[in-house]
Design a protein around this ligand. Structure first.
Ligand SMILES: NC(=O)c1ccc[n+]([C@@H]2O[C@H](COP(=O)([O-])OP(=O)(O)OC[C@H]3O[C@@H](n4cnc5c(N)ncnc54)[C@H](O)[C@@H]3O)[C@@H](O)[C@H]2O)c1
Length: 424
């Protein structure tokens, strides 16, 4: 147990989310290691970054703490393949744009490395099937980042539901509004043809799916265009989804999810986010922006600093004992994954590795196998928006009906489109 062991991680995509959560995780882990009595002290390294040009990787190297600077930067069109075959990695994290997760994730699994994918995992159910199959064949983990499940407010909600204090959810709403700078500059390279629903509604789809269980039955969606791109383009400013679930007792619930990436940049918080869930015997109101702190600094808020600040996601602090730290549920979720990898690889004898692997794969909060209904909702959303942009609005997708696993119905069209044949 006293021997220092090592896990080597690779990173594909070094954009905003790398800076917000992966970077602080790897920096803290490089400094302090990762300890757990199941596997002892583990040295976790960011060993390699694979990217198209290497510009952001080098920019990071020049500002990184000394102990972080020795990662290998692999660049060019075959960067991911080279990184996976040459760098002796234990795991790789995929944080590329929403529609570029699948091919890279497949390569990671084919190379026999543990995989962590940013949400939304993939955009289609057949892609998810392939990742699940590969992870089982290669005996590695394939997990998705859903950090909102680790937000203490959402953990409390789930605890009250699990303990039957809050009984049978009937309906609810969730809203998550991102600033214009996201669609205007941060994602300008990949925003064309994309929508904010796939980008952020997935957080709440997973929260609903994981917290309340049930069977997804129906997906509806509408959206607006005209700010990010032209009003007749396939790029969306705002998206509204409605999900209908059915529970074991035959009762249903409906959830409305509103998302956008066109809130003014001088909004008092970075992201506006709020939920309300109505139960047979109660109501849960959660506001993830207005958590109680309001800050005003002359000349700095609300553009450079925000007035309502979320100190729970990835806050930077001067700790009471004098150290600087960055911590929160956005970082903790990545640390949990690396702990799971450490458990599998270092948590006991090799002869028991498969049992440890199966135990970690059975965790539904992040395993790809438990992501089916979320991906189903995303695939339905993408198909409904695609049809709307092509002159066929008001589509409805039904899950597990008599024609298939996911079926799209468009008004005025006699034949529905089967988007995914097998039952979910
Ligand atoms: N967990 C969260 O709350 C959260 C927050 C933001 C973003 N995300 C997700 O993380 C992913 C990345 O988002 P981001 O905000 O960092 O975006 P970003 O645009 O800031 O960064 C994307 C990065 O991927 C790289 N990239 C693009 N195409 C690539 C390719 N084919 N191969 C290798 N690298 C490629 C870009 O060069 C860039 O480094 C998205 O899927 C997004 O939905 C999650």
């Amino acid at each position: 147990m006293s021997e220092r062991q090592q896990l080597r991680g690779g990173m594909v995509g070094v954009g905003m989310i790398f800076d917000e959560t992966y970077r602080p995780f790897f920096e803290t882990a490089a400094r302090e290691g990762l300890y757990d009595r199941r596997f002892g002290l583990v040295d976790v390294r960011l060993a390699a970054i694979g990217s198209r040009t290497g510009t952001r990787a080098e920019a990071y190297r020049s500002s990184a703490p000394e102990e972080m600077q020795d990662f290998v930067s692999v660049v060019g069109p075959s960067a991911v393949d080279e990184m996976l075959s040459n760098e002796d990695l234990d795991f790789a994290c995929v944080a590329t744009p929403d529609d570029r997760h699948f091919e890279i994730s497949k390569k990671v699994l084919q190379a026999g490395k543990h995989l962590l994918i940013e949400k939304p995992s993939v955009l289609k159910l057949d892609q998810l099937d392939e990742l699940i199959k590969l992870s089982r064949e290669k005996n590695v983990l394939a997990k998705v980042v859903y950090h909102k499940l680790l937000d203490p407010d959402h953990k409390k909600l789930r605890t009250l539901v699990a303990d039957n204090v809050l009984q049978h959810v009937n309906n609810g709403y969730c809203t998550l509004l991102e600033p214009k700078l996201i669609s205007g500059s941060q994602f300008s390279e990949w925003i064309t043809g994309r929508n904010p629903g796939t980008y952020v509604a997935v957080h709440y789809i997973k929260l609903i799916d994981y917290t309340f269980g049930g069977r997804l039955k129906t997906v509806q969606a509408t959206g607006q265009r005209g700010l990010v791109r032209a009003a007749d383009s396939d790029t969306w400013d705002s998206v509204q989804m409605r999900l209908i679930y059915e529970y074991e007792d035959g009762r249903e619930a409906a959830f409305d999810l509103h998302t956008s990436w066109v809130t003014p940049d001088n909004f008092p918080g970075y992201v506006e986010q709020e939920v309300q869930f109505r139960f047979d015997n109660g109501v849960w109101n959660g506001h993830s922006r207005k958590r109680g702190v309001e800050l005003t600094v002359e000349g700095r808020t609300p553009l450079e600093m925000k007035q309502s600040i979320n100190n729970h996601y990835n806050g930077s602090f001067l700790e009471p004992w004098g150290e600087r730290s960055q911590r929160g549920y956005g970082i903790e979720v990545i640390e949990r994954f690396v702990r799971e990898v450490a458990c599998v690889e270092l948590g006991g004898p090799e002869s028991e590795r498969i049992e440890r692997l199966k135990a970690m794969q059975s965790l539904p909060y992040n395993d790809v196998d438990a992501d089916r209904q979320v991906v189903c909702a995303v695939q339905a959303l993408e198909a409904i928006l695609y049809s709307a942009a092509n002159g066929q609005p008001d589509g409805v997708a039904r899950v597990n009906d008599e024609r298939g696993g996911l079926v799209l119905y468009l008004p005025g069209k006699a034949e529905p489109e089967v988007l995914y044949e097998p039952r979910l």
